[in-house]
Design a protein around this ligand. Structure first.
Ligand SMILES: O=c1[nH]c(=O)c2nc[nH]c2[nH]1
Length: 467
């Protein structure tokens, strides 16, 4: 049965450009049964738009914003490890390389148990949807069956996702690694074939090539994955880069330029030498990149997933997002659970703003990111990072309706929250009625959470509703 058409009425906020949000008031957005936006009309009404489209009122569901509510594009989480979700907040004082061995590899390996994988993956999907994440670029584990299960569960829940089986054939405990480069490549092909079989049109889920990071992959595996990337130019690629200084030193030691044919001894040069630095590549972190690396990344059209929560939690460093943007590198945001402790892209946006202020305090005042800029990274920028900028990240005819209804509390003359029933939650953001729309949005960015995420849709389907 085809889904019903939908009409959304009221205030819509989305990014026009990096520095500018557009506020569309008294606007109607019509979404057809396939989840595509077919009309965006300002100063109109649901009836007028329905009539124009030849839709009768009884075949359309209408959702209208109330005071201090607005529709916002769904968030794009450009980097997170679904398999690490149970560990959020558990990192002690570790830094990357000991964090991987102490906390991460044992947990990931344990998800070979299908019951455990189902429990973890079901929860992370529900949790991120509840925070407004409509698209997620997931790392699963080395295990094919549980990676495929993650794709199944995303498809069932309706969360748009890139799902990657993790490739790693060296420098991790023997209980958690690919047996050989050949085995890694075969398992990768198997997982790709499965994910493509469950959603051949790539409407919701798609596979992504996932070399964990250079230290985890032997040269033959990197070469093989580069070959696969060439054979399948439609596949995105995700990996980590230049997150931690010890990691960078390790890459230099493992891949001297004379062994790869790279131009220099940079981390980016290693991926480039193996054909993995492409315009489909999502590079997580990029904290300590050099000038020439940023230039190479821009030249190749590779993208950066900025992960301010993780970069702070496991003490990796403060990535220079303004500098990357000025170099022409496209950036989005990643929660990077569980290096990052929060499932919320809104939190990532807030932390991106704060970390940029730390960069500014280091002497580069123009490094500061505005509310408008971090929301761009969370939506349109992220969409470009995962290669879906034609479909999601904004409200325009021809794009899919991937959206969230944000609801903030309004305060009455007695200082009480209006329209709230006994026992209902109100959230942290109080709107007094005199704020401008940019101020309301700023209050949401700095104080909002999942209590403000009232409804979430992916491709027109309601995938979360806060009761
Ligand atoms: O933040 C990170 N999380 C990981 O799981 C990982 N693996 C390699 N490098 C990594 N960085």
């Amino acid at each position: 049965m085809a889904a019903r058409s939908k009409i959304f009425v009221g205030t819509f906020v989305h990014s026009k450009t990096l520095g500018e949000l557009e506020y569309l008031h008294d606007t109607v957005v019509a979404v057809d049964g396939s989840g595509k936006i077919v009309a965006v009309e300002s100063n109109s009404s649901a009836d007028a738009v329905s009539q124009k489209l030849g839709w009768t009122t009884d075949e359309v569901d209408v959702t209208t914003t109330k005071t201090a509510q607005f529709f916002f594009p769904g968030f794009i989480d450009t980097h997170l490890h679904a398999s690490q979700y149970p560990n959020v907040g558990i990192f002690g004082n570790s830094t990357l390389l000991d964090w991987l061995n102490t906390y991460t590899f044992p947990l990931e390996a344990s998800l070979k148990d299908p019951a455990k994988a189902r429990k973890v993956y079901s929860r992370v999907i529900r949790k991120t949807l509840a925070h407004g994440t409509t698209t997620a670029a997931y790392y699963a584990t080395v295990d094919v069956a549980s990676t495929n299960l993650l794709a199944d569960l995303c498809l069932q829940a309706g969360q748009r996702a890139l799902v990657g089986r993790v490739c790693m054939d060296q420098l991790s405990p023997a209980y958690y690694r690919d047996e050989s480069p050949e085995a890694a490549l075969a398992a990768t092909r198997e997982s790709i074939a499965y994910i493509e079989s469950i959603d051949p049109g790539r409407e919701i889920v798609r596979p992504v090539l996932t070399p964990r990071f250079a230290p985890s992959c032997s040269a033959p595996l990197m070469r093989g994955l580069g070959g696969l990337a060439k054979e399948r130019p439609d596949l995105p690629i995700q990996t980590h880069i230049s997150e931690n200084k010890n990691e960078i030193a390790l890459v230099r030691e493992l891949f001297p330029p004379e062994s790869t044919g790279a131009q220099d001894d940079s981390y980016s040069g290693v991926y480039d030498a193996f054909g993995l630095l492409t315009d489909r590549t999502i590079l997580a972190h990029g904290v300590h990149l050099s000038e020439s690396e940023a230039e190479l990344i821009a030249k190749r059209g590779a993208k950066v997933s900025h992960c301010p929560c993780s970069n702070s939690a496991i003490t990796s460093g403060a990535a220079r997002v303004r500098w990357l943007l000025e170099k022409g590198v496209c950036c989005g945001l990643g929660t990077d659970m569980s290096g990052g402790y929060s499932p919320s892209v809104l939190e990532a946006a807030r932390l991106a703003a704060l970390v940029s202020r730390h960069v500014a305090m280091g002497g580069d005042d123009k490094a500061k990111l505005t509310v408008e800029e971090v929301l761009y990274l969370a939506t349109r920028g992220g969409a470009e990072v995962v290669g879906l900028q034609q479909r999601v990240g904004a409200f325009a005819v021809g794009m899919d309706w991937d959206a969230q209804l944000v609801g903030l509390s309004t305060v009455d003359a007695q200082g009480e929250v209006e329209g709230i029933a006994e026992g209902e939650e109100d959230g942290n953001v109080d709107v007094f009625g005199w704020e401008s729309w940019p101020d309301i949005v700023a209050k949401w960015v700095y104080n909002g959470d999942d209590r403000n995420t009232r409804k979430v849709w992916v491709k027109g389907r309601l995938v979360h509703e806060r009761k």
